[in-house]
Design a protein around this ligand. Structure first.
Ligand SMILES: Nc1ncnc2c1ncn2[C@@H]1O[C@H](COP(=O)(O)OP(=O)(O)OP(=O)(O)O)[C@@H](O)[C@H]1O
Ligand SMILES: [Mg+2]
Length: 266
């Protein structure tokens, strides 16, 4: 359980200010969706949290302590990329166990942990397959298992569902939510897709031009978009619900039903 704080976080690339004095606090075990248009600084923010990129200024804190001087492998933040970058020459078992081997964990323990993770993402029995022998969704689940196996403090998911078809997206979304809940990992989930953000997140951070414009629970986000920019990102409210809409969790009023379901689940 780790609280993440971003303080005046800024990153410039030459003349471009990709992330601009950004402040955000993410509670322990919370799932926050970063929602915003292409180029607004989502990936740049994640890379700074993960330790893959140094901020120009500002701070990243885990449980109140700066981690900027902590090297990537010791931060306990893992990132899953849009292109999931499995090792093509390794089978599923070796891919998932990679982080543990790097940490010098003994072989028997690695086997056991990998088996647990594959069970979690429902890929038991796929140990010996290579990435090229898997579907896109299966590869994505291997990438998720590989990230989770090291028991990260913070999980950073950069559009992890972008390459999947609609049905698989829904399935993976639920899987991620369930695992995140069970393991109580503080998680940032980047997406272009407002519906995905609203359905998945405890809070939605709406990002434009390197700043967070709005940071609210999904319901408030839907009802009171911050400004014209925010409103433009939202789908138009349409009373035409029907089966198609309900399949995507939209009720007859054209609202997402995520919060209602969640409340019942608690
Ligand atoms: N290494 C880099 N060098 C120069 N400019 C960069 C670099 N990385 C990112 N940028 C610029 O910073 C801005 C933010 O990029 P970033 O990748 O964070 O956007 P994003 O919100 O993740 O977009 P997308 O949704 O398309 O992935 C963009 O204008 C981008 O061109
Ligand atoms: Mg990006």
């Amino acid at each position: 359980m780790t609280q993440v704080t971003l303080e005046n976080l800024t990153r410039r690339f030459g003349d471009v200010t990709a992330v601009d004095n950004l402040n955000l606090e993410i509670d322990s075990g919370e799932l926050v969706a970063f929602l915003g248009p292409s180029g607004c600084g989502k990936t740049t923010t994640l890379r700074m949290i993960a330790g893959l990129l140094e901020p120009t200024s500002g701070d990243v804190k885990f449980d109140g302590a700066s981690i900027l001087d902590t090297p990537v492998e010791k931060r306990g933040a893992v990132m899953v990329f849009q292109q999931h970058l499995l090792f093509a020459n390794m089978n599923v078992e070796k891919n998932v166990g990679f982080g543990l081997r790097m940490r010098g964990v003994d072989r028997a323990a690695i086997r056991k942990r990998v088996a647990e993770m594959l069970d979690l993402v429902r890929l038991s029995g796929f140990e010996d397959r290579r990435p090229e022998e898997l579907s896109g969704g299966q590869q994505q689940r291997v990438a998720l298992a590989r990230a989770l196996v090291v028991e990260p403090r913070v999980l950073l998911l950069d559009e992890p569902l972008a390459n999947l078809d609609a049905n698989l997206r829904l399935e993976m979304r639920d899987l991620i939510r369930n695992i995140q809940r069970r393991m109580q990992i503080t998680t940032i989930f980047v997406t272009h897709d407002q519906e995905e953000a609203v359905m998945l997140a405890d809070r939605v951070a709406l990002m434009f031009d390197g700043v967070i414009q709005q940071y609210t629970p999904p319901r408030a986000f839907y009802e009171r978009p911050a400004n014209a920019g925010g409103g433009a990102l939202l789908p138009q409210r349409q009373p035409a619900a029907g089966r198609q809409a309900r399949r995507h969790g939209i009720n007859r009023a054209g609202e997402p039903q995520a919060w209602r379901r969640r409340r019942r689940a608690v």
